[in-house]
Design a protein around this ligand. Structure first.
Ligand SMILES: *Cc1c(COP(=O)(O)O)cnc(C)c1O
Length: 375
């Protein structure tokens, strides 16, 4: 199975018919506890839901196969995966993180991790000289997010992994925007892939979840798994089942997401009201060549910056009809969000920027909606 293409793995990995009944669709195991022998002997490898259950194990198999890792863990949310990993670092650990990144990661670094003695260092990951300079001192972790939120910056995973490893760091890639259908960071040298499965894996805006996939089942993987099982930020079996169900159509959905994004980005890139389109598939994007090398396709997240600043951005967001104003991404429905309005007292996103998650509607209808909203 591991020799197959990602599209085949997405359909088949962790999808063996149920051994007891032959059911082709997997059962949901809701049991919190599993019978054991008088001296605690496990009957079928399970003991208590927090420590693992068969439905989650199917999703772990799928994640390992898709990302090409030896070990995988599932979590209650993407943030639970992220914070469990970061909290496994020792006091004094220096962590390099990208200047453009998911807001939750920035909040962990601003509000919680310094209390534990973890030292965050913000750097432009597209600037390899800046990364090299930051790697001059010993580094515990290098955090990659490509394409990044919300500017869709692209960075070179293989080059960053080499720099991080030379400084002694564990290299982590948040692969939420790309998914393993488009980009496989472990094959490019990263040690760990992180996902918010809430997004494209679930794919229907109805299930929260997170995952870590480790290239090697090493001491760090075991430490993180132990931390997960003790602290208990685990994914519920029903969430694992819904996420597995999403996984089966991930290949088909990503193909259509990407094709729709290309149509939308191409239309927007010539519109006179649009100052800038941030989508790595456009040849004018500064990271286009790297993205073309390390991704199969360019994804369906993009952002636009409008002439006329904040007022123009809010007016366009308010006039869209097919796109829904909402946060998050990766569902069937197209979403738009004025990021600066939802980032609290000190927004990082430019005021003229709208982030767009291109969904699975008819591409012509999406373009027509943008055309009427832009006026
Ligand atoms: C949504 C998201 C997260 C956080 O995941 P949750 O499931 O919302 O906790 C992390 N990284 C990226 C890139 C995301 O889009």
């Amino acid at each position: 199975m591991s020799t197959h293409q990602p599209g085949t793995l997405a359909v088949h990995a962790g999808h063996e018919p149920d051994a007891a009944t032959g059911a082709v669709a997997p059962p949901i195991h809701l049991a919190t506890t599993f019978r054991h022998g008088p001296a605690g002997e496990r009957v079928a490898g399970y003991e208590y839901q927090r420590e693992g259950n068969p439905t989650n194990d199917r999703l772990r198999e799928a994640l390992k196969a898709l990302e090409g890792g030896e070990e995988a863990m599932t979590f209650a949310s993407g943030m639970a995966a992220m914070s469990t990993l970061l909290e496994s670092l020792p006091t004094g650990a220096r962590v390099l993180f990208p200047d453009d990144c998911y807001t939750g990661l920035r909040m962990l670094f601003a509000e919680f991790l310094p209390e534990r003695g973890i030292v965050p260092i913000e750097v432009d990951m597209a600037d390899l000289d800046a990364v090299r300079a930051a790697c001059a001192q010993p580094l515990a972790m290098l955090w990659i997010e490509t394409p990044s939120n919300p500017l869709l910056k692209v960075c070179d995973i293989a080059a960053l992994a080499a720099l991080g490893h030379a400084a002694g760091a564990v290299v982590v890639a948040d692969n939420t925007f790309a998914t393993p259908l488009l980009q496989r960071p472990l094959a490019l040298g990263a040690d760990i892939v992180m996902h918010s499965t809430t997004k494209y894996f679930g794919g229907h805006s109805d299930v929260l979840g997170g995952a870590l996939v480790f290239a090697r089942n090493d001491a760090l993987a075991q430490r993180v798994a132990h931390r997960l099982h003790v602290t208990g930020c685990v994914m519920a079996p029903f969430s694992a089942w819904l996420t597995l169900r999403g996984c089966r159509s991930l290949g088909a959905r990503m193909a259509m997401h990407c094709a729709n994004a290309r149509a939308v980005a191409t239309f927007l890139s010539t519109h006179p009201r649009v100052a800038r389109v941030n989508w790595p598939g456009l040849p004018s994007h500064p990271g286009h060549a790297i993205a073309a090398r390390q991704m199969r396709d360019f994804g369906a997240m993009l952002s636009i910056q409008l002439h006329g600043g904040r007022d123009a951005a809010l007016a366009v967001a308010g006039r869209l009809r097919v796109f829904t104003n909402a946060t998050s991404l990766g569902g069937c429905e197209s979403l738009v969000e004025h990021r600066a309005s939802v980032e609290g007292a000190h927004p990082r996103s430019p005021q003229d920027l709208l982030r767009i998650s291109v969904g699975l509607e008819d591409a012509g209808d999406l373009v027509a909606d943008l055309a009427q909203a832009l006026g």
